[in-house]
Every structure is written in structure tokens, then in C-alpha cells.
Design a protein around this ligand. Structure first.
Ligand SMILES: Cc1cc2nc3c(=O)[nH]c(=O)nc-3n(C[C@H](O)[C@H](O)[C@H](O)COP(=O)(O)OP(=O)(O)OC[C@H]3O[C@@H](n4cnc5c(N)ncnc54)[C@H](O)[C@@H]3O)c2cc1C
Ligand code: FES
Length: 236
């Protein structure tokens, strides 16, 4: 196993070549389990750059689960890179860099997790870290909703119902990941919510400026300032 200690993106960031332990279909998604090697799983909401076979640039992925000795990622095969990751066979090895970016602030008193579609990806690890708080999930179809099995006890809706319909009047400390319209609706309903945002990322540690987004009227690299942003620093 090749490994490099790196001072990129903060302390404890490493790049290692890790072998796939299993690859399991969960509805239209794939749960890819890699051996953990010497990588730190990091804080829920942080991400790793996975080097997909045959692709020049690595792809950012949130950590979904961190069972002993493994790092597991839930992947939506939307393009060539994610499809190549979903097609990995057991024992195939890829380079992985991380953990990167800022994760969720876990010092919350009344956590409520909210996920939309593939935005469920960081929530199982987050739920474990917070002792299994209530969670709300929304999906496009019943097939996508099969991923809710990764978060037992979650309240689940399928379109045309929207997950934001389930938000109570006083939602408490919302920690959310999902598509931008869902995050925007949460910004309006739950001031101070922690929102995991997305932007295309080429390096993951601040070098390429490919992930610049507007945050509070300033242009910032999402991989450095986020991906988890508090609502007061919300994008747009
Ligand atoms: C911090 C972070 C964590 C992520 N975690 C996960 C995860 O856990 N599971 C998962 O399945 N996906 C996750 N993603 C999204 C994932 O990285 C992209 O879907 C992937 O890079 C697309 O690569 P591709 O080669 O398959 O598709 P491409 O061919 O590169 O892209 C397909 C289409 O998606 C668009 N696109 C690509 N990346 C993004 C992006 N980040 N945001 C918006 N549009 C994009 C492209 O413009 C294009 O239209 C995360 C993204 C970020 C930034
Ligand atoms: S992905 Fe390169 S600067 Fe953010």
C-alpha cells in the first residue's frame, strides 16, 4: 500500500492507495467500502478525493460510514467518474486523499438531520456521531428511497412530497445536505442551519480555485470555507 503524509488541507490529511472491500447496490446508488489504511475518517461532513480509474481528476465524496478498518462512500453514478467508482471490483485499488474541508459542528443541543437524494451520503456517519438524532429524508422515487435503509428510523417522503414539508415549526439545530433548492428552503425555515454545499472540485485543498462560490458577498473556495457552511454564511 503506497502512502503519503501531506500537509494539504489541514492536519491529518493523507493520500493512500486503498483497495475496495465491497461494492453494494443501494437503489440506484452504490455503497463502496474501501479499506481504511492509515486514513483518518475525519469529522462528519468532511470529504475525500477519490481517484476514479481512467479519469484525470479525482472526485469529491463525503464519508458515509466509518466501520472499523473501512471508509464507505455512497455514490450516485451521474457521470464517467462516479460510474467508474461504482464499477470498482473487490480488491481494485484507488488513491484516496483526505479528510478535507470543514465538517459539521457537532456541538448542537437539538440536532435534526435533513437529507435530499444523494445528500443522504454524509448523514449515517453524522447520525452515529450525534447518537442517532431524528432525521428527515426526501427522494425522487421509491427506488432512490431505498437508501433510507442507511439511516434507520428516518422519516421518508418521495416526490411530489418534499422533505421540507416535514420540518416542524421549531426545527431545532438543522444539519442538512442536499440539492440547492432544498438548502434554500431550509435557509428560510431554519436560520442558523448547517448546510453542506456542493461545487465541482478538482483538487479539494485550495490550489485550483475551481470550486469558488459566493459566500456572504465574497468569493471563497468551497473546499476551504466549506463544504459545510452555517446559514449566516450561506451561499447566494
Ligand atoms: C464536498 C462534496 C462531497 C460530495 N459527496 C458526494 C457523495 O458522497 N456521493 C456522491 O455521489 N456525490 C458526491 N459529490 C458530488 C460528486 O463529487 C460529483 O457528482 C462527481 O464529481 C461527478 O463526477 P462524474 O465524473 O461522475 O460526473 P461529471 O461528468 O464530472 O459531471 C456530470 C454532471 O454533474 C455536474 N457536476 C459534477 N460535479 C458536480 C458538483 N460537485 N456539483 C454540482 N454539479 C456537479 C457536471 O457539471 C455535469 O453536468 C460531492 C461533491 C462535493 C463537492
Ligand atoms: S477544489 Fe481546488 S480550490 Fe477548491
Amino acid at each position: 500500500m503506497a502512502s503519503d503524509d501531506l500537509s494539504l488541507g489541514g492536519a491529518g490529511v493523507r493520500r493512500e492507495r486503498l483497495a475496495a472491500v465491497s461494492s453494494e447496490r443501494v437503489g440506484p446508488y452504490t455503497l463502496l467500502r474501501l479499506e481504511r489504511g492509515g486514513l483518518d475518517p475525519g469529522i462528519p461532513g468532511q470529504f475525500f478525493m477519490l481517484e476514479a480509474p481512467g479519469r484525470l481528476l479525482p472526485r469529491p465524496m463525503s464519508l458515509c460510514l466509518a466501520p472499523p478498518g473501512e471508509l464507505a462512500f455512497l455514490i450516485d453514478p451521474i457521470g464517467a467518474g462516479t460510474r467508474a467508482l461504482c464499477d470498482l471490483a473487490v480488491a481494485d485499488a484507488i488513491h484516496v486523499l483526505g479528510p478535507l474541508g470543514n465538517g459539521f459542528d457537532l456541538s448542537v443541543t437539538r440536532p435534526l438531520l435533513v437529507g435530499g437524494g444523494i445528500g443522504i451520503a454524509p448523514l449515517p456517519y453524522l447520525s452515529e456521531a450525534l447518537g442517532g438524532p431524528p432525521s428527515l429524508l426526501g427522494f425522487r422515487t421509491e427506488r432512490h428511497a431505498e437508501a433510507a435503509s442507511l439511516l434507520p428510523g428516518a422519516e421518508v417522503v418521495v416526490e411530489p412530497r418534499l422533505v421540507t414539508e416535514l420540518l416542524p415549526e421549531d426545527p431545532g439545530d438543522v444539519l442538512a445536505c442536499g440539492p440547492e433548492p432544498m438548502l434554500e428552503a431550509i435557509r428560510n425555515r431554519a436560520p442558523g442551519a448547517q448546510l453542506a454545499s456542493e461545487a465541482p472540485m478538482a483538487c479539494g485543498y485550495g490550489a485550483c480555485y475551481g470550486c469558488v462560490v459566493e459566500i456572504d458577498g465574497r468569493y471563497e473556495r468551497l473546499c476551504v470555507a466549506g463544504p459545510v457552511l452555517s446559514d449566516s454564511a450561506g451561499k447566494d
